[in-house]
Ligand binder design. Structure first.
Ligand SMILES: [Zn+2]
Length: 288
């Protein structure tokens, strides 16, 4: 029987179905941004570290502290991983964060953790690139679409081995923190928040594209830690991700991580997120 892919008679009316937002923003409890803003005004920097180009560093942020990722020296994209500092099984859930907030995240959005926890790990408390919005190509900043550059896809597509993709950088950084081999740490590495990365989907083929990041030295994105966090940040070998990655071709720059401690009295009354209260029976009656 020949394949019949011709449109049915009612194709137009099927296509005309009205879109419905899957997770309407109004149905989610909003973070108390006024409290965060007053806490920000009291904060003092307690720690900073530099992430060298084509490399990554791990860091810890206590619940209630603020974390800044700062552009220094030149335009550079960062690939961020976050874990619960006490349980690496709870980690950043890029896909659900995208479903809840959109393809790109910004001020007031939250970085959600994997199931069965599904709670905010961090809330974006400041973003100097919030002016960018979505451009004429449909591109935005801080993407939760991409996964991270990695040596496996690079080998698949280019037939070459490259050791300084974000996946490997994050694996090395986490391995150093956990004092294990990178191969023993890499299964903890997960889909990232692409900090400062400018991306979208092409209008004709809906393919994932990147373009030069508009980030400039002095720009930063800032997060409020909702739980104790272990993080790792890679300075992507793609640099500003205007053309290539997974090679030494692009101009790359370091990124700076800064950690701030607020006056804890300013956070009085903050509702710290507990793991999801779902009972986890999954349809199997209790006791069976
Ligand atoms: Zn990368």
């Amino acid at each position: 029987m020949p394949l019949n892919n011709s449109a049915p008679a009612d194709a137009a009316s099927r296509r005309a179905a009205k879109p419905a937002i899957v997770y309407p923003a109004g149905s989610m409890p909003a973070p108390d941004m006024a409290t965060l803003e007053s806490a920000r005004r009291t904060m003092v920097k307690t720690h900073e570290l530099i992430v060298p180009p084509r490399d990554a560093r791990a860091f810890r942020v206590a619940r209630g502290q603020f974390l800044r990722i700062v552009s220094i020296e030149g335009p550079q994209v960062g690939d961020l991983n976050l874990w619960n500092a006490d349980d690496l099984a709870e980690r950043f859930f890029s896909g659900k964060t995208r479903a809840l907030h959109g393809t790109h995240v910004g001020l007031g959005n939250r970085l959600w953790s994997t199931m069965p926890y599904l709670r905010p790990m961090a809330t974006i408390s400041h973003d100097t690139l919030s002016w960018y919005g979505f451009d004429a190509d449909g591109a935005g900043i801080h993407d939760v679409i991409g996964t991270r550059c990695d040596p496996y896809t690079n080998l698949l597509l280019n037939g070459t081995s490259y050791d300084y993709c974000c996946h490997s950088n994050l694996s090395r950084a986490l391995a150093a923190e956990l004092k294990v081999d990178p191969a023993a740490a890499e299964h903890h590495v997960h889909d990232v928040l692409n900090v400062f990365m400018c991306t979208g989907f092409t209008k004709d083929t809906h393919q994932y594209f990147m373009k030069a990041s508009p980030v400039r030295p002095g720009d930063f994105i800032e997060f409020f830690a909702e739980i104790d966090l272990l993080g790792a940040l890679s300075a992507c070998p793609g640099g500003d991700c205007s053309a290539t990655h997974s090679s030494d071709a692009a101009a790359c720059h370091p990124l700076k991580i800064e950690i701030f401690e607020p006056d804890r009295a300013a956070l009085k009354g903050w509702s710290w997120p507990a793991p999801s209260a779902y009972h986890r029976h999954h349809g199997v009656p209790r006791g069976s």
